[in-house]
Design a protein around this ligand. Structure first.
Ligand code: PEP
Length: 253
């Protein structure tokens, strides 16, 4: 049975003190996660170790980097390599968030390179995909997102692709307060799973967690996560509020 995941994306928000307080509040709720459920905190690089220490000994809580560089090592001042993340025990890394695609020109090809490095170093990528509004308005979302998968993921072997988490994040719903309807989310998640099944078979497709991202809140998480192909969420704004994020974790199937 595939994992159900609530992943917080703090983006470039909070001081370390604020982050620690938020984490204390979320962990203080003592939510019992089943072996099939996970809560992940994707935090800025300088906070990774603090979060790792806080969640030590807590079952099914993880920390994630929000990015990594696409080269192994070398003269790339200011960048962070996958090996560095591995060396401090990080198990997840968000890749291809739409903000990185937009503001840092991350291409599908570059993301394929980052993905390969993550897998090589035993880090699970949370691979983000999703269409902008004009594409949705033209009803071109399926082709758009399929191309993102083809160009970044479909070179992987069956064994490798099962080590990936996918997050479908329609760009028009990120940070806008505009959530995809449950039907829109389920429709796209089902489509993504069928595209993976066409390439790798149903068993592989059924084993991959596909998260929904885009204005997930405490008041819509239960309904969104109840959809059969929605395996939890990648949560930006609402993950900065402990009570909201606690409710979102509790909404996992
Ligand atoms: C995100 O950061 O991935 C996200 C979905 O943000 P928000 O929940 O604020 O829309």
């Amino acid at each position: 049975m595939r994992k159900q995941i609530a992943a917080a994306n703090w983006k470039m928000n909070l001081t370390i003190q604020q982050g620690e307080t938020l984490l204390n509040d979320v962990l203080g709720a003592s939510i019992e996660l089943t072996s099939n459920q996970q809560a992940i905190f994707a935090v800025p690089f300088p906070y990774l170790l603090m979060v790792k220490e806080k969640i030590a000994g807590k079952n099914n809580y993880f920390v994630a980097a929000q990015n990594c560089y696409d080269k192994k090592s070398g003269a790339y001042t200011g960048e962070v390599s996958v090996e560095m993340l591995q060396s401090i025990g990080i198990q997840y890394c968000v890749l291809g968030h739409s903000e990185r695609r937009e503001y840092f020109n991350e291409s599908n090809k570059m993301l394929a390179d980052k993905l390969n490095l993550c897998l090589q170093y035993g880090i699970t990528p949370i691979f983000c995909c999703g269409e902008p509004l004009p594409v949705r308005e033209q009803n071109g979302q399926n082709e758009f997102v399929k191309l993102q998968l083809e160009e970044s993921l479909f070179h992987l072997s069956s064994e490798e692709i099962t080590k990936i988490v996918i997050a479908y994040e329609p760009i028009w719903a990120i940070g806008t307060g505009k959530t995809a309807t449950t039907e829109q989310a389920q429709e796209m998640h089902q489509y993504l799973r069928s595209a993976i099944a066409d390439k790798y078979g149903k068993e592989v497709a059924d084993s991959i967690s596909i998260l929904y991202g885009g204005s997930v809140k405490a008041n819509n998480a239960v309904e969104l996560f109840a959809s059969p192909d929605v395996d939890g969420g990648l949560v930006g704004g609402a993950s900065l509020n402990a009570n909201e994020f606690i409710q979102i974790i509790k909404a996992l199937k």
